[in-house]
Design a binder for this molecule. Structure first.
Ligand SMILES: Nc1ccn([C@@H]2O[C@H](COP(=O)(O)O)[C@@H](O)[C@H]2O)c(=O)n1
Ligand SMILES: C[C@@]1(CO)OP(=O)(O)OP(=O)(O)OC[C@H]1O
Length: 158
């Protein structure tokens, strides 16, 4: 049996007038995340951690932010595609752990819905997905509410 770990980190700006997609669901907030896609930072770090664990480059390598095909795309579609890529190489997910860095809004009340959504997209049990959140105590770009960042680690097996 082979076991590999992977790690992902990503940042998106927060601006008024944009939808705020996070963990596959739309949050009700005064600002939203800016990107070429729907800018779902949690999904992006999960994609990067999975691709990194399988040694298959990163999200921007597979889905270029210069390609009009991905303009405004639902990141759940990208995550499904990443799952296909790693499963084609024989990998299955053991577990995912993640942290969202966001000053506001509170994400804790939305974590169960995010887990249900992501588990369905990835075809894995909810219990294998951990999502956590932290503010940065009003420090830095997250603290100023200029952006949202996230980290994820994964374990994959074959
Ligand atoms: N956007 C966020 C940030 C944090 N949480 C939860 O609040 C707890 C306290 O935050 P600290 O930054 O003071 O550590 C944190 O542990 C999370 O449970 C949240 O829900 N949404
Ligand atoms: C997802 C992609 C592709 O639409 O665009 P963004 O939403 O800008 O996200 P980012 O994490 O900066 O890079 C990956 C991109 O290729």
């Amino acid at each position: 049996m082979k076991i590999r770990t992977g790690f992902g980190y990503d940042v998106h700006q927060l601006q008024e007038g944009y939808d705020f997609w996070l963990g596959g669901i739309k949050l009700d907030h005064t600002k939203g995340a800016v990107g070429h896609s729907d800018a779902d930072v949690l999904i992006h770090v999960i994609c990067d951690a999975l691709l990194g664990a399988a040694n298959m480059r990163d999200i921007g390598f597979h889905f270029s932010d210069k390609d009009p095909k991905y303009k405004g795309i639902d990141s759940k579609i990208l995550l499904k595609e990443v799952m296909k890529l790693i499963r084609e190489k024989g990998w299955e997910i053991s577990n995912i752990d993640s942290t969202i860095c966001l000053q506001q809004p509170k994400v804790n009340p939305h974590i169960p819905e995010m887990k249900t959504c992501l588990a369905e997209v990835m075809g894995i049990p909810e219990e294998d997905i951990s999502i956590k959140a932290t503010t940065t105590e009003k420090l830095g770009f997250v603290g100023r509410e200029d952006g949202v960042s996230a980290y994820a680690t994964v374990l994959i097996i074959k």
